[in-house]
Design a binder for this molecule. Structure first.
Ligand code: 5GP
Length: 191
């Protein structure tokens, strides 16, 4: 998605060889028009897959996910990152490790909002090691539902997330794929 790549080049800050900051349009301030275009791109790619729900992880996946859901005319679910205070029998949960932040968090999905017939599109802001996506897949599959696609805004293709998910058979579509980061360096995978 050229619009997104241009914004990354103009405003993205590579903190080091592993982490990209895009706080000016995605992770802190949000550009709604860009989110709308992202939603359209995800809808165009996944619209014939029979998706019934969009699932995302709080908080930076919410803006692109809601734009996707509104254009696919289906509900959107936010996976919570805190441990549930309600009875564990009422929720699906999975512990996820974040390499970027070096912490564990607990992904939580209420049993009320998912069922075994759901066909899910997961949307998230970044794909790095695939831990967040695997956690989301786990809680969705605990419900007996199927993950039919994973839509990612920014994939860091030099990290192993895509390969791990593809090896498990998941269909991933990324709007921008980064091949290299470094001080003052942001390079994209040639496509
Ligand atoms: P993974 O679980 O695939 O290792 O990492 C994905 C999650 O970590 C995303 O949901 C995102 O919040 C965060 N993340 C990973 N890499 C980056 C990055 O380079 N920049 C930002 N802003 N977040 C990242």
């Amino acid at each position: 998605m050229n619009l997104l790549k241009r914004r990354i080049l103009q405003e993205g800050i590579a903190l080091n060889q592993n982490v990209l900051k895009v706080d000016s349009f995605l992770n802190h301030q949000v550009d709604p028009k860009l989110m709308y275009e992202m939603g359209k791109a995800f809808k165009d790619y996944f619209e014939n897959c029979g998706i019934t729900k969009v699932v995302t992880i709080e908080s930076s996946g919410i803006a692109p996910a809601v734009m996707t859901a509104i254009q696919m005319n289906i509900p959107m679910i936010i996976l919570k990152k805190q441990k549930s205070k309600i009875l564990s029998g009422e929720v699906y949960q999975k512990t996820v490790y974040s390499f970027t932040k070096n912490v564990d968090y607990e992904l939580t999905l209420s049993k009320k909002y998912i069922c075994k017939d759901d066909k899910v599109l997961i949307i998230d802001d970044f794909l790095a090691y695939g831990e967040a996506a695997l956690g989301a897949i786990s809680v969705i599959e605990q419900a007996g539902a199927n993950v039919l696609g994973i839509g990612i805004v920014i994939e860091k293709s030099f990290q192993p997330g895509r390969k791990i998910l593809e090896d498990k058979g998941y269909n991933i579509y990324s709007l921008a794929k980064i091949s290299k980061l470094g001080e003052g360096i942001i390079e994209f995978v040639e496509e």
